[in-house]
Design a protein around this ligand. Structure first.
Ligand SMILES: [Mn+2]
Length: 383
């Protein structure tokens, strides 16, 4: 194959696993809607990045939607976002994945109102051997998922390079490559497919982390990863790949570009000072946090803990400093001591405090401790 320099470099933006319509019920109502909305916002940034880089094509390698039959609200939102762009020399290709396979009733099926509403520059991989000419030098070959599970390797349906074919050949499939957790259970993907079949690049979807399968091979197979994280376990998600072909027959340059906004963090505070430090963190507003508290606090400290948590979580009248937060305070204990209350308390209250302190050691001890906390708080407010 010749290695002539292309008159103009050919550029792709590869993304996958948008999971539009995904819910996040573990984060409460506010967290759920913010994180669901964040996925659409990521799509806007991806489309913007495609324009900024002047790519010829954007490939989304499956799991565009979180479900096979997303609600009209979900697919219409995507349509609205796409229709805001007026692309004339750039295409977007959407591939059905495991979550959103091409099945009956799918928005990808012909005749579905989603298809009719899409702008003309959006292409849907709606047949088994999908082929699309990208500019005058490249051809895209794509294979859709047609079920939520299958033992078939989708790359087996990709055509081999024909003799004398000097063009760029791009593959687009969704599945789990050899060596990744879960391989062989669903849509297994051979790591050698690009090499064996004469592809210049195979864009993969399914893994949410970014993975370059064969970095030393001239024919890269890459998972771009999900553009916005969906869980705490995802270490290297949040990017897209900008792929530039400068010379025919030579390995493309692959640039990783961050598009995620949200930072997912699992935090544990083992002291009040840890919690104070977290509250000063400049990235709180764009953080999705699970916060575990595991320390004992005196009455004075406990009151501060409560106000810091209120600041993080927000109230009905004030937004929280944390973007999304899920709190586990089962490890927070309240300890009271003799010096918690002023010595000049009215006699009747001193008696109450003493009786509650005795009650703390009894079977209903927790109730007594809460009562002491309430009394302490009321007395502080009064001074
Ligand atoms: Mn996925």
């Amino acid at each position: 194959m010749s290695t002539e320099i292309l008159a103009t470099p050919f550029k792709l933006l590869h993304t996958s696993d948008w999971h539009l319509g995904r819910g996040f019920p573990g984060f409460g109502n506010r967290g759920d809607t913010r994180l669901a909305h964040a996925r659409f916002q990521a799509v806007d940034r991806i489309l913007g990045a495609a324009e900024a880089h002047g790519v010829n094509a954007v490939l989304c390698a499956g799991d565009v939607f979180h479900e096979a039959t997303p609600s009209e609200e979900v697919w219409r939102k995507l349509v609205d976002q796409l229709r805001k762009r007026q692309w004339s020399n750039r295409v977007l290709v959407l591939l059905p994945g495991m979550h959103d396979p091409l099945v009956q009733g799918s928005p990808y099926s012909r005749g579905h109102p989603f298809r009719r509403a899409l702008p003309s520059w959006v292409h849907v991989v709606d047949r088994e051997r999908f082929e699309l000419q990208l500019g005058d030098r490249a051809t895209l070959h794509a294979v859709p998922c047609q079920a939520q599970a299958s033992e078939q390797d989708p790359t087996e349906l990709l055509p081999d390079r024909e003799e004398g074919d000097q063009g760029l050949r791009i593959g687009l499939v969704h599945g789990r490559a050899e060596g990744l957790a879960g391989y062989e259970t669903n849509f297994p993907v051979s790591r050698e497919a690009a090499d064996r079949l004469g592809f210049d690049y195979i864009a993969l979807g399914d893994a949410h982390d970014r993975v370059v399968l064969n970095p030393d091979s001239p024919a890269p197979m890459v998972y771009s990863g999900t553009p916005e994280l969906t869980s705490f376990g995802e270490q290297s998600a949040g990017t897209v790949s900008v792929v530039m072909f400068v010379r025919a027959g030579r390995k493309p340059q692959i640039q990783e570009e961050r598009v995620s906004r949200w930072i997912w963090r699992e935090e544990e505070c083992l002291s009040l000072e840890d919690l104070r430090r977290l509250c000063r963190d400049p990235n709180l507003a764009k953080s999705v946090i699970t916060l575990r508290l595991a320390f004992g606090a005196s009455l004075v400290d406990y009151v501060e803990v409560e106000s810091l948590l209120e600041m993080l979580e927000g109230t009905k009248t004030r937004p929280g400093k944390a973007g999304v937060i899920k709190l586990d305070s089962t490890g927070l204990t309240l300890t009271t001591s003799a010096g918690d209350f002023a010595a000049d308390l009215p006699e009747v209250l001193q008696g109450v405090v003493q009786r509650l302190k005795v009650a703390e050691g009894a079977t209903q001890g927790k109730v007594a401790t809460r009562a002491l906390l309430h009394l302490f708080r009321i007395l502080r407010q009064g001074t």
